[in-house]
Design a protein around this ligand. Structure first.
Ligand SMILES: O=C(O)c1cc(=O)[nH]c(=O)n1[C@@H]1O[C@H](COP(=O)(O)O)[C@@H](O)[C@H]1O
Length: 240
């Protein structure tokens, strides 16, 4: 990895590769984080905790401020419900929406997003799962086999791409080819607390394996200095 000197400006295309997960218990806490991160971060994720706490409406303010916004609801329901919820997310101007990578769910989301800029990403196997966790759900194959199957099904469904662990990214990139999206959570800078993640890699490793973007939560949001943490990750991505 090339070292990027401290203070080197981060290119806009590199900035968009870091998606910071706003996993906060209130809109006020999320707004404070966004204000603190300022121009350093250009892409945010609104996930379950913030959405349940009234955070979906925060997207309009973020979009008005020129940020990109990822709505992480990991939808999985009957086709009609998924299609309509996806169309509603597209209408609200989100850039990314997640669904679980089941064929009928992905196909319904593809219909809901048709004609919009919304990128639907299929969650293959959660980064907090290992082979034993997956087996406990009744899925027959291991993590690698299941990610391989679901990545192929995402391609068939005509959605924009997938969410996978950085440790799966090289295999997934091989299945999806150069034009579909590969987005990886489970990213930990060297020395960062791992928490409940099980299949992890560093920001530079994720990019080298073929990820377009990485999703990072606690290594930024729980850092003593979130701005410095985000800058360090961006410098690592720029040097990768
Ligand atoms: O869809 C996701 O974003 C997601 C999928 C996955 O397999 N694993 C995963 O951690 N995520 C999300 O990515 C973020 C990771 O947060 P940290 O572990 O704090 O970096 C959380 O908001 C998770 O909900």
């Amino acid at each position: 990895m090339m070292q990027v000197a401290q203070g080197t400006p981060i290119r806009a295309d590199v900035r968009d590769k870091l998606i910071v997960a706003l996993d906060y218990p209130s809109v006020a806490a999320a707004e404070a984080a966004v204000a603190q991160l300022g121009d350093v971060v250009s892409f945010y994720k609104i996930g379950l905790e913030l959405a349940v706490s009234g955070g979906i409406d925060l997207a309009a303010d973020l979009i008005a401020a020129g940020k990109k916004v990822f709505l992480d609801l990991k939808l999985h329901d009957i086709g009609n419900t998924v299609e309509r919820a996806t169309a509603a997310a597209a209408e609200r101007g989100f850039d990314i929406l997640t669904v679980h990578a089941y064929p009928l769910t992905m196909a319904a989301a593809a219909r809901g997003a048709a004609g919009s800029k919304l990128e639907v990403l299929g969650v293959t196997v959660l980064t907090s799962y290992d082979d034993a966790d997956l087996a406990a759900t009744g899925v027959a194959g291991g993590v690698t086999e299941t990610v391989r199957l679901r990545a192929g099904q995402a391609r068939e469904a005509g959605i924009a791409g997938v969410i996978c662990a950085p440790t799966d990214a090289a295999m997934v990139r091989g299945i999806l080819g150069p034009h579909m999206r590969v987005v990886t959570p489970g990213v930990r800078p060297k020395g960062a607390a791992v928490g409940d993640q099980k299949r992890i890699a560093t920001p530079a490793e994720a990019l080298a394996a073929g990820a377009d973007r990485i999703v990072v939560g606690r290594p930024v949001t729980a850092a003593e200095d979130p701005v410095a943490a985000a800058r360090a990750i961006l410098a690592e991505l720029q040097g990768a």
